[in-house]
Each structure stands twice: as C-alpha cells, then as structure tokens.
Design a protein around this ligand. Sequence first.
Ligand code: K7E
Ligand code: CUA
Length: 864
Amino acid sequence: MQKILKSSIITIAGLSMATSCMFGANDLQSIMKERNLSEKDVLSAAKTYQPSGRKDEYIVFSSGGQSGQVLVYGVPSMRIYKYIGVFTPEPWQGYGYDEESKKVLAGGMMRGKQITWGDTHHPALTEKNGEYVGDYLFINDKANPRIAVINLHDFETTQIVVNPVIKSEHGGSFVTPNTEYVIEASQYAAPFDNEYHPIEEYESVYRGAVTFWKFDYPKGKIDEKASFTLELPPYMQDLSDAGKGESMGWGFTNSFNSEMYTGGIEKGLPPFEAGMSRNDTDYLHVYNWQILEKLVQDEKNYKVINNHRVVPIEVAVKNNALFLIPEPKSPHGVDVSPDGRYIIIGGKLDTHASVYDFRKIKELIDKKEYAGTDPFGIPILDMKKSLHGQVELGLGPLHNSYDEKDGIVYTSLYVDSQIVKWDYKNLKALDRVNVHYNIGHLDTMEGKSSKPKGKYAIALDKLSIDRFNPVGPLHPQNHQLIDITGAKMELIYDMPIPLGEPHDVVSIAASKLKPAMTYKMGTNTRTGEQHEAMTLAGQERVERNGKDVKVYATMVRSHINPEHIEVNKGDNVTIYLTNLERAQDETHGFAVDMYNVHASVEPGKTASVSFVADQEGVFPYYCTEFCSALHLEMMGYLYVKDPNKKYESVKASKLKTLSPEALKAEYDKVIATNKATDDVIQSVVKYLQDKKYERFPEVKQLVEDALDQYSKIKDVKAKADESYKKGDVNNAILWEYQVWQYMVKTADVGLRAKNNLTKALATPMSPAAARGEEAYLKGGCNGCHVIGQVSSGPDLTGVLLRHENGEKWVFDFIKDPAKFYEDEYIKSMINFFNLRMPNQHMADPEIKDIIEYLKWIDENAAIN
Ligand code: K7E
Ligand code: CUA
C-alpha cells in the first residue's frame, strides 16, 4: 500500500498546475496541498478509510460510562455502529418505552427503586478456552452494583442482575476462561446488610467482596441462585482478572486502602487521598474459585445474607482459597498474560509495572510458605519471592493489553500520556507513543484473551483538550487508533466519543460475530421466546375486559392494522405490535403521540406498549422509521372518549363529490398506471429469472420479499373488481391505489435485487484490467468520467466501439489528446463539455491496461 501511494504521489507531482486546475482539486497532490496533509497523514487515512460497503475487520464494544450504555464501533474505520441501551432507557430501540424492555430494566431495580442510569466500566465477552466467543457481552455498573447481559445475536440487553451484598463495585465484569462465572468485585467497602452502621464499625462490619455470577450458557442468563460471594477485608478492592492456562481456577483482584483509613476531612482530619496512600504497598488478592464453588455446596461453609450465599474470610483461608501479596501502593490494572503465567500490575503512583509469576506464587502456596498474615488472618505471600521482576515504564502506569507476539505487552501511562510497548519476560521497554491525553485503558485486538491478535491498539484518552472542534466546556473523550504492526507504533486516527467516559473496551474479530438479520415471526426479543401476543395477518383485533383493552396489531409496509382504536378515558391500554416483514432492515417504529410510548419493531419482532388513556381526545399514532415511500401514510388514530360525557355530533359536512364521468376517468387512469407498473415488474422478473437469481442467496432473499409483496395484490384486486361490479367506483379506485402501493413496494425491492444480481454477475477483472482501473483512478480520470453516466466528461461505456479501429484510436487519444483538438468530433465534445481532455502523461503499458479496463466495462454493460 505504502508503495502504491508513494508512486502515485510522485506521478501526480509530475502533472502541471494547469492540469490540476482543470481537474479542480481531484488529484491527490492538490488535495494534500489544499488540506495541508503530509504523506504520513495520507498513509494513516489509507490505513483507516473504508470505501462504501467495505466492512471492518474488528468490532469493538466500548462501555458508555455515565450514559449507562454500550457503544459498538469498527476497527480500523472507527465508525460508530450502535449504542446499546443497557442500564439507561434508549428511545430508538424502544428500550425502556416498550413493555418487554421495561421488564429487563426492572431487573435492575434496587430495593424497590427504579435506577435509570449506570456507570458502565468493563465490558467482557463470553470465552471458550480463554478465547473470545461472540455470543454474549457482559457489562458492569460501578455506581449501582449490577451486571447486564447483552445477547450478541441481536445486540439487545436481556438481563440485569443486582448484587445483593455490595454497595459499590468496580472489578467487574471479568469472565473465567470457559464463561463459568462472571466476576464482579466491590470497590468502596460497605456493610453487607442494608442497615445503618457508623464509620467506627469500619473494620468490624464494612467489607469488600468478590461475587461469582454463574452463567447458564445454554439459557444465556446469569443464574442468580447458583451465584455466590467471597467476603474480603475492607481494603477497597479494585480491578480484577481471571486466571487462565497455568493459573486456571484462580482470580486476582487489586486493592488500594490496606490502611483501612476512614477519612473525615469535614472534621479536620486528613482526607481519604492522604490516608489511603500512606503504606508503600497494598494487597493483590489471590483466590481460587474452583475451591470456593465446591465449598458453597455445603451450607456449613457459607452465610446467607440477603438471600445470597457468602463465604466468610475464615472459611476461604482454612480451605486454601484466599491469599494476599503486597503490591506497589494504589495500583490500578491487573492483567493476566495470554498463557496465564504472568500477572502484570500497573503501579499508578509508581513508575514501575510489576510482573508477578504465577508459578512462584503457586509454589509458595503449595509449600505454605507465608511471610505473615493480615489482621483478618489471611496468609500473605512474600512480594519479592512472587515477582518475576519490575520494569520502569514512566509515570502513572494503569492498564495492560497483550500482543500477538509472545512476551510483548502494551501499557498505558496516565500521567505521561503515553503507551509503552515492552517485553515482560526480559523486562525491558521497547517503544513508546504519545497519546492525547491522559490515557486510561488501552486495548489491542482481542488483547486480553488467550490468543491476542495484535495489529491495532486503541488508546482510551480521558482528556481531549485541543484535539477537536470545541463543543462547550464538556469535552468529548478521545479514542485513538494506533498501528502496532511495525517496530514503531504509529498513531493513525482520533475519534471523539460523544457519550460518557467509556473506561474500557473489548474487541473481537468481526468474523466471530454472527448476528441475526431478522427474527423468527413473533419473537419477544428480550426473552428469545415466542411472544404470547404474536399476531399474524388476519388476526388483528381489539379485546376488552372491563377497563383493560388489548389491541393486537400488525405492521407491514406501509400500514398499521388497525387504523382506528377507540377507548374510554381511564382504560388500561396495551397495544401488541407484530412486524410481519421478512426482509432485512424493514423495521417499523411505533409511537402514540403524547403518551410517552415508543417501540422499535424489527422484522419478525412482537413488542408491546402500555399506557393508561388518562387524557381525552384524538391522538395520532404512526410508524417512526422511514420504511417506504408511503411511510408517512403508516398511521392511525387513537380516540379516547370520556364515558361520562355526552358528545353532540357535529353535522358531517357535505363537500362536492366527483361526477360519475370524472370517477370513471380516474378509474381508467389508475388501471392504466397499474398496467404500466406491472409491465416494469414483469420485465424485472424476466431479467431475474433469465439470469437465474436463485443462485445468489442474498438476491434470492430480496426476490422472495418482492414476490411476497406482489402476492398481496390478488386479494386487493378482487376487492377492487367487486366494488366496481357493485357500482362503487370510488372504493374501486381506492383499492386500485392499494394495488399500486403493493406494486411500488414490489418494484422497489425487485430493482434492488436486480442491482445486486448485476453486481454478482459481473465477470471478474483480468489482472491487466485491474491494473487499468488503478491507473484510471490514479490518473484522476474519474474526475471527469463517470462510468455509465455523462458527467463533466462523456460516459466511457462503449467508447471502444464509437470509433473505427477503436482500441488504437483510444490509445492515441490518451497518449496525446492535443493532436485531436481540431478533429470535428472532438471539437464538438470540447464545446459540449467546455473542457478538453488533458494529457495525463500515461506510460504505454498503463494505457494498454486502461483499454483492458474499458473492455471489461463494455462486457459488463451488457448485463444491464
Ligand atoms: Cu481504569 Cu474503571 Cu477500568 Cu477507568 S477503570 S481508567
Ligand atoms: Cu413503517 Cu414507516
């Protein structure tokens, strides 16, 4: 790539100014000049730019910080694809506005209270043998200790669980190597019960904890009953990571207040920040979940607090399941190496990263060689004897992410605003790159799995300061993409994050994700099961039971059935909506004006909205997705009547109606239009059939959708004919218009199918034609010539046939256009376009390749 660009820069540099003026700014060099871009900038652009339709190689799930959501974006393009509503209502997806998602959010209620925000920090993917599997994503809420499950088959949140004992959390979510458990560690120590305890009881009652949420993989749900917690001292536990490989079965959690300092700035005492960083070291907690999960099988090994099993410290200690190792004070990240042998800890207040060797730790544990015990009786392992070594990296090391190459890791330096690449086996720094600014987490592709892919690193910068156009005092955060394939790291992209402080991301090869494109008809997407109110065509109805009104509605391009709903003031109304579409990307939205309800109803989905009809009046409802040309017509009225009121009927006003002759004329016109439209459809159908569209699954799907639309015509046409026969020309006309609607929808999808088929059928380019296309683009020919269209220059389709001895003519013309300026034909072209074909100084082989390219164009033009 580098070579191609360089040579193109040189080629273009050879063009005269006059030519580039003629082109406008459409050749690379002028654009570089005009936009003040260096060659390095252009290379970065080439490394990240995705041409229209090109897909990304990696998908990144980013926590959304205070937004309580998850962001999804692609690498290397850094294009944002979606915000997934998780702890916070998200109107586009109807999340928190339809009944099914309200149930999910209700799972996150705490002590009976609805919490409508979250502070998401650490996303984690399902794993198998420590490798990422794109089935489910977990995300924690630091503010309100909760974990959510997102189903990656449709990118919807399906479960939220509330931690029953801790009051604040940070070290979640971390997944064990086969997704046995999702680990969630507390942050600020607090009493496990929900009662008042003064700060004097800090050491006796306040506690930290690690909760092990059991994941039921086949069900895709956390099994709350099978989950349990390990009690820990009130040391302010921080980030955590699950062991793998050599350290399978173990978990690691940092801490930052082994002083157990309790603050009191308002009483004139030194603040938390001073008291919590007094000791030189804090504790790395090392625990074995495989031992703990056996212990909780026997009730003598746990206490039940808030209906949840908690293993006390002393039980864990007695069973060799809990140890402490000193670590440099106030550490932050803890990251287990891909093979599970090393654990790297970022010092934060230290300039070092510390590399612990699990083999050494295991040996000390096996030999019961302890350096002492803490006040809670937990054995302490000697720090030096557990360490593989320490490396001076710079100021404020926080988090680590691993490379594909063995022994290589990248560490973020918060204070220095850098990423350091270093060798954790041989303990030496290798390279560093500046980021902007104050980086927190970083991520290399699949960098925390057992098989990191390297390639790119993402810096999650807390501050963006001067990087972007100012948008007020609240600045976006900055995610920077870094190319880590070479010896030197190269910063190649800045992306502003417009939604909260993301903290952490997890990345996965896009090929590992297999999301569905549509749902099985009638799916309740939050449970994955068939919705009890699935409604098929013909089953639309309204059921009333006292004050409860249930509307079973369907949605299909472009109508909602029913179109009139009448209820009484005070009724409890539920509208069930089934999207009958089978085509992908044919989502309908549903809103009733002024009732604060909204649903996103993707093809096959059944969703419902509920409200009390507490306001009298007429309320339009409509589809909120621009789903077809007749989208605005996809509407209806909700009438809310006060049953205690007498309504005087306003006299229906009589407007002038059409004469029988005028009606007949309109009828004939619509019949003629329908006939003409049908002819177009038939020609498309013939084209598709002739070219055997069934061979291409994507085209086949579109054709099926088109035929599905077309099949609806028969019934409607019968109604039109019947009305006509009865002499009701007015209704006959309306039904004929409905016929036309179905025809338009058929044609819309049919033409898309034809387009796709044409592309699929195009013959592959020969190497010469491909080189020709490149020369054509590099030469900037596309600045004036658009294939298949007349633009600032003539369409080049068929150019070889337009002239006698066409190939030679085109060759000579490209070689030296000026020679032809006086030629009658060319003169007329120059007059028409008011432009002269410039000399592009093409080499002979390049021109020959371009001719091959033109031949390829002609070959494929015939397909249309
Ligand atoms: Cu370092 Cu919450 Cu993972 Cu932020 S955490 S940086
Ligand atoms: Cu359905 Cu707009």
